[in-house]
Design a protein around this ligand. Structure first.
Ligand code: C5P
Length: 241
């Protein structure tokens, strides 16, 4: 039985004027995406990785990320779609052709610090329940605001978790969730949301605050500091190429 991962990394194309897309930004001289793929390359449970990239970046990704770092589990690069959900769907269409696919994982290409331990834990939970994601309980006080940025209410944070990736699913369940979402023209911010709407329960496994999603320039600076710290703590084999 195979566990395979879809890595959506099909943000803006390199030729667009907004600069280098996030997956190709350098973190200690290596593209962010290469750090992310390394975690899956060294995860014993994962045997295949489908990387979804912007159609304009297929060559760039192959020559700047896949070839130099010799990722053996990356079966092919798949052209992505307009929204993140469309990109993951393209990856799923390719992976589900495999007959022995047991679990499919989805992990943001821009979360470079995912650990093989957390990958294993989310796979095990999905084997039991069909759908599992990583998350962290909210620690800040949470308030809902109106458009004038006035507080409308304070939300009970005991019930709130920040959801990360990887998210792991039985492939048929995820496929049904996508078919259902597209039939309603629904777009979610993660794959679990589509599964929730089937409905089907989604289990949350405690993740790590290190599993940063690189979204802003400040996140990249944090990531640089975090990588130094992890290297100092001898975590280098896990996270360095
Ligand atoms: O936009 P967001 O920050 O949620 O993106 C999360 C991941 O999804 C990134 O790795 C990004 O490259 C990817 N993505 C994609 N296809 C899109 C948009 C985003 O694969 N159309």
């Amino acid at each position: 039985m195979t566990v395979a991962a879809i890595i959506p990394a099909a943000g803006l194309g390199v030729r667009m004027k907004t600069g280098t897309p996030k997956p190709y930004l350098l973190l200690h001289d290596k593209p962010l995406l290469a750090h992310t793929l390394r975690a899956f390359e060294i995860s014993p449970e994962v045997s295949q990785v489908a990387v979804v990239v912007h159609p304009e970046d297929l060559d760039h990704c192959q020559t700047q990320v896949i070839d130099p770092f010799q990722f053996k589990k990356v079966l092919r690069l798949i052209p992505g779609g307009k929204e993140r959900q469309d990109s993951v769907y393209q990856g799923l269409k390719v992976l589900r052709q495999k007959e022995d696919l047991e679990i499919v994982l989805v992990h943001d290409g821009v979360r470079p610090f995912i650990s093989p331990d957390h990958i294993r834990q989310v796979i095990q939970a999905a084997r039991r329940s069909g759908a599992a994601v990583l998350g962290l309980p909210a620690t800040d006080t949470l308030k809902r605001l109106n458009p004038k940025r006035e507080v409308v209410e304070t939300i009970n944070r005991q019930e709130i978790w920040h959801i990360q990736t990887p998210q792991a699913f039985h492939p048929d369940l995820l496929w049904r969730a996508f078919v259902s979402a597209y039939s309603r023209n629904f777009y979610g911010t993660d794959e679990a949301m589509l599964v929730e709407q089937l409905p089907h329960p989604v289990v949350v496994i405690p993740g790590s605050p290190f599993n940063l999603k690189i979204t802003t320039p400040e996140d990249l600076r944090l990531a640089e500091a975090l990588l130094l710290l992890l290297e100092k703590q001898n975590h280098a084999d896990r996270f360095r190429l």
